[in-house]
Design a protein around this ligand. Structure first.
Ligand code: MN
Length: 250
């Protein structure tokens, strides 16, 4: 009886110890959770890397929520980077190009990787641009040469904002709204499907609004208009103006 009880105690102790193990793993960041391939190295190998978010996940609260920012960057953007690395694996001539060069030269790429680079490379390029376009309490509108160019192209900043937001609302399914610079015709508002980039059409993307549901559904659910309005409050117009300044013109 005593032995049995001791064995039972041991079993209980082992059981308690075993129960502690998942608690320890739960204390680790969620990013470590998906343990699909235990033998593989944790860090993905490849030329492309996920750029760190240049501010805290909650930096854009209450307009854009921390949980969405974290999942959007750490999961969605990371997946585009990982899949882009898979697409260029064993192709050093592609691996040495920048993602912007790849997306800007889709027609010249080998047919077998063109779709993957269009989608995954586009996703990487588009999100890299997105994170560096946002800031809380920045200027409400651009100044300087970008302000003048917006006035020239759209009549006023308010008219631009209406057109840009309208474009974001018009995207059916997943895609983006863009303020882009066309070398010949100047500033344009355009939309793209999926992860297609203005770079593929030879235009320089200056500002992109991600209207994939993953960008807003946690906080805004089906209220895309509210998300589009919230986005307008966190655009870093200084960053967009710098992009405009550096873009090839004429
Ligand atoms: Mn996205």
């Amino acid at each position: 009886m005593n032995m049995n009880r001791r064995d039972a105690m041991k079993t209980l102790a082992l059981g308690a110890g075993a129960l502690l193990v998942p608690r320890v793993s739960l204390a680790q960041p969620p990013a470590a959770a998906p343990a699909a391939a235990p033998a593989a190295p944790a860090a993905p190998t490849g030329p492309f890397t996920l750029p760190p978010l240049p501010y805290a996940f909650d930096a854009l609260e209450p307009h854009l929520d921390a949980q969405t920012m974290q999942i959007h960057h750490d999961k969605h953007h990371a997946a585009y980077v990982n899949n882009l690395n898979k697409a260029v694996a064993g192709r050093p001539e592609l691996a040495k190009m920048s993602v912007e060069q790849l997306v800007g030269a889709l027609d010249t790429l080998p047919a077998e990787v063109r779709v993957a680079i269009r989608n995954q490379g586009g996703g990487h390029a588009n999100h890299s641009l997105l994170w560096t376009s946002l800031r809380k309490d920045g200027p409400a509108a651009p100044g300087g040469e970008l302000a003048a160019a917006i006035d020239k192209a759209f009549g006023s900043f308010a008219a631009f904002q209406d057109k840009f937001n309208g474009a974001a609302m018009s995207v059916f399914g997943s895609g983006w709204a863009w303020l882009s610079l066309d070398r010949k015709s100047g500033l344009v508002v355009e939309t793209s499907a999926n992860q297609d980039s203005p770079l593929t059409s030879g235009r320089a993307p200056l500002l992109g609004l991600d209207v994939w549901e993953h960008a807003y559904y946690l906080k805004f659910q089906n209220r895309r208009a509210d998300y589009v309005a919230a986005f307008a409050k966190v655009v870093d117009w200084d960053a967009v103006a710098a992009r405009y300044h550096n873009a090839p013109k004429g």
